[in-house]
Design a binder for this molecule. Structure first.
Ligand code: CO
Ligand code: CO
Length: 348
């Protein structure tokens, strides 16, 4: 049995996707590198999309991604579930079907009981089973801090890849999960989040984006991504920068955890939110009515966040209704794609 007294979040510095290297630093590391050129590499590092895509034949391509991070919740089984849901999410965001996965583990074997690792891997397996994905292997190293995640491989049709950079003027933007997991998990780590909110947010982070991805297949979706470490505005910026259009966001319609707004106002904001704002803030115009806590929430790094979907205007209401009918109650239209000003995000 696992040791119930251990609080995983107290054993690590970062938490979940908030532990990502600052996006500007990653850009500096990759900038100017001689990246591979291959006619079958349909989506690679140069495109900065959710996952890489490699064509096998005219009908089949591989879609591959990996994600791992330190724990953002205290319960090992839940951490495993969340890490798996988060790793699978990039496959769903591309419109792919995940097939196989491998565990990536860094474990402090000298200070933590091995039963903790067992519970984490059980949590991961639980979500892989739900996704219909087979665990085929993994790699474990001894490390001072716990980290867990997976690399995931899936199938995708080479002509049905949902990329980020394909916004069309008039599209409506739909978000499928509430924002604020970075702020809430900062509060969990600080010990001020009660069991009810911890349970609610843990369950949302452990929810697969599978149903959302399957629902949108029947609609005219132009672009899609998932909201993770760069926050809502960071990931939205990846859709808008170098495009021919801009977006307007309606913050009153954003699904969010009310507790996150409260705690943001109290200063429980992960460092990643500041990194995200420093990197992408220059593309964003906030109207004077958008409060500081709402701005912080929009840059808050999300762990296993929802899909952000650009869908043809005429289909937007029907897609939201279909998502809600399929159990995704927080799905909402949160903005629109506009012709002007290009490459700008206006938060009204
Ligand atoms: Co992603
Ligand atoms: Co990722």
């Amino acid at each position: 049995m696992s040791d119930k007294t251990i609080r995983l979040t107290q054993t690590v510095k970062g938490a979940g996707c908030a532990a990502k290297l600052a996006p500007g630093d990653l850009d500096r590391a990759l900038c100017g590198l001689d990246l591979p050129v291959d006619e079958n590499l349909l989506v690679g590092l140069d495109r900065a999309d959710d996952a890489g895509v490699y064509r096998i034949s005219d009908e089949l391509a591989l879609v591959q991604t990996l994600d791992f991070f330190p724990p953002m919740v205290d319960d090992p089984f839940s951490f495993g579930q969340i890490a798996a849901a988060n790793a699978l999410s990039d496959i769903y965001a591309m419109g792919g079907t995940p097939k196989t996965a491998m565990n990536i583990v860094a474990f402090p074997g000298k200070t933590m009981d091995i039963s903790v690792l067992r519970a984490i891997i059980e949590g991961g397996l639980n979500k892989l089973r739900e996704a219909g994905v087979v665990l085929v292997g993994g790699h474990t190293i001894d490390d001072s801090e716990l980290k867990y995640g997976l690399s995931v491989t899936g199938y995708i049709h080479p002509e049905r890849i949902l990329i980020k950079k394909n916004l069309q003027v008039g599209d409506r933007l739909i978000l499928t999960k509430p924002l604020g997991t970075g702020i809430v998990t900062t509060a969990i780590k600080a010990g001020i989040a009660d069991q009810e909110v911890t349970g609610r947010v843990t369950q949302a982070m452990a929810t697969l984006n599978r149903v959302a991805a399957e629902t949108l297949e029947a609609f005219e979706v132009h672009a899609c991504t998932d909201i993770t470490g760069f926050g809502f505005l960071g990931h939205l910026a990846e859709m808008v920068v170098d495009s021919e259009c801009g977006v307007r966001i309606w913050p009153d319609r954003l699904p969010l955890y009310p507790e996150a707004l409260e705690w943001a106002a109290m200063g429980f904001i992960p460092a990643g939110a500041y990194n995200n704002r420093n990197f992408r803030g220059k593309f964003v115009d906030f109207s004077a009515t958008v409060s500081q806590p709402v701005q912080d929430l929009l840059f808050d790094p999300q762990t296993s966040g929802g899909l952000l979907i650009a869908v043809a205007d005429a289909e937007a209401d029907r897609l939201v209704a279909a998502l809600q009918a399929n159990g995704i109650g927080s799905a909402a239209i949160v903005g629109e794609v506009v012709a002007q000003p290009i490459e700008r995000i206006i938060v009204e």
